[in-house]
Design a binder for this molecule. Structure first.
Ligand code: PEP
Ligand code: CO
Length: 396
């Protein structure tokens, strides 16, 4: 039995439901939406408040400089690849990469998958033109629509939220089986679709405080982190450890304001800042932000996402990333923080457990090799060999 936040069955909207939200699906006036929200509200919590508390204590260790963090997985999970064996393979890669980080740094490594709910994507443009000149709504993740290039597949269907919930449930159960200790593996995803996340806010039976039961660590992205909008309010209102992406356009003042909202009590492990500046951002723009956050006394976890600022298109239009750019950005991140006397907590990566050929470098020698096994539903992921090479280059 899960106690929902609504009082005595009344469906009073939460604060975040009343605020404007970027990047939301256009369900139209789909007749199934109210029932889907109701089903999600009454469905079992996918994570326990106790587990969420445990993860926050582990992240406090990272914030205090006594441990590291590896957060990795698909850009967009595939709803059809959520069986126990699929999850075990992803957990195994996480463990392998974290083991490498631990060996290099001499510190324990908290393992968090981009999994068990990573089914919704923010997009820069609402539509795209196909090879046949067809204008279609873009693919927004299996929680919203389907990637096949036709109008029917791209329609936003709220019933997909229930499929995403079921797939997440399977992944989270499998992750529970894989969890050997408090270091993980834990689940995380971008909390993007309010109709999916909001009904999954529950009360911690012990403390009475709300927590988001759809995952252990929700994050908000570069496109939804504006203050005063629904996503920030949602994350500010729940007890989970939370994370926020920070891109090259963010000013130090903006980040400090976000810290005040998301970490008002200056609690170690509460807030993780994921820097994704791009290797070409001037000085990676990290120093002034790190300095300002430190001055304000927010004991955040500092993570580097060295991929999202470094996406490029080949001449033939394939979306890719260079391993060398990722190495350069992550090394610069580490140095910038260490120079400031801060702890480079770790990495946030897009990885595949299979030997895909989506990023350039290591075993993927040139652009021609990209066509070998390019399977990502969204952004290009590092394959295991590339991810190992990155970790060795950054931490050894
Ligand atoms: C992502 O992590 O897949 C993503 C969309 O990131 P960002 O918000 O940093 O662009
Ligand atoms: Co991505």
């Amino acid at each position: 039995m899960n106690e929902s936040l609504t009082v005595a069955g009344a469906q009073a909207p939460a604060v975040w439901d009343l605020l404007p939200a970027e990047q939301q699906p256009q369900w139209g006036a789909h007749p199934d939406l109210p029932q889907v929200r109701r089903t999600l509200r009454e469905a079992p919590a996918l994570t326990s408040a106790e587990d969420v508390r445990t993860l926050r204590r582990q992240l406090a260790e990272v914030a205090l400089g006594r441990a590291r963090l590896l957060q990795a997985g698909d850009c967009a999970e595939d709803i059809r690849v959520c069986g126990a064996a699929d999850t075990a393979a992803k957990a195994e890669l996480l463990a392998d990469l974290a083991g490498r980080m631990a060996a290099h740094t001499g510190q324990p490594v908290v393992r968090i998958g981009r999994m068990g709910g990573q089914f919704a994507k923010p997009r820069s443009r609402p539509t795209e033109t196909t090879h046949d000149g067809l204008d279609l709504p873009v693919f927004r993740g299996h929680l919203v629509n389907s990637p096949e290039p036709n109008g029917q597949a791209r329609r936003h269907d709220p019933n997909r939220m229930l499929q995403a919930y079921e797939a997440s449930s399977a992944v989270l159960r499998a992750l529970d089986e894989e969890r050997t200790d408090a270091y993980g593996p834990w689940a995380s995803h971008e909390a993007l679709v309010m109709d999916y996340e909001s009904p999954q806010v529950r009360r911690d039976p012990e403390t009475g405080t709300p927590y988001l039961a759809s995952t252990h660590l929700p994050w908000i992205g570069e496109r939804t982190r504006q203050r005063g909008l629904a996503h920030v309010e949602l994350l500010a209102s729940v007890a989970n450890p939370v994370a926020c992406k920070v891109g090259p356009s963010a000013t130090a003042e903006e980040v400090v304001r976000l810290c005040r909202v998301l970490d008002p009590n200056r609690l170690p492990g509460r807030l993780t800042l994921i820097l994704r500046m791009g290797v070409r951002a001037p000085g990676l723009a990290i120093a002034p932000i790190a300095e300002a956050v430190q001055r304000e006394g927010h004991p955040v976890v500092w993570l580097s996402d060295p991929l999202h600022g470094n996406t490029v298109q080949t001449a033939s239009g394939i979306k890719t990333r260079r391993l060398s750019d990722a190495v350069d950005e992550a090394v610069a991140f580490r140095k910038a923080l260490e120079q400031q006397g801060l702890h480079p907590g770790g990495l946030h990566l897009e990885t595949a457990a299979a030997d895909v050929t989506e990023c350039l470098g290591g075993p993927v020698a040139d652009e021609r090799a990209l066509s070998g096994r390019y399977e990502s539903l969204c952004d290009p992921r590092l394959n295991p060999a590339q991810a190992r090479e990155l970790i060795d280059a950054v931490f050894s």
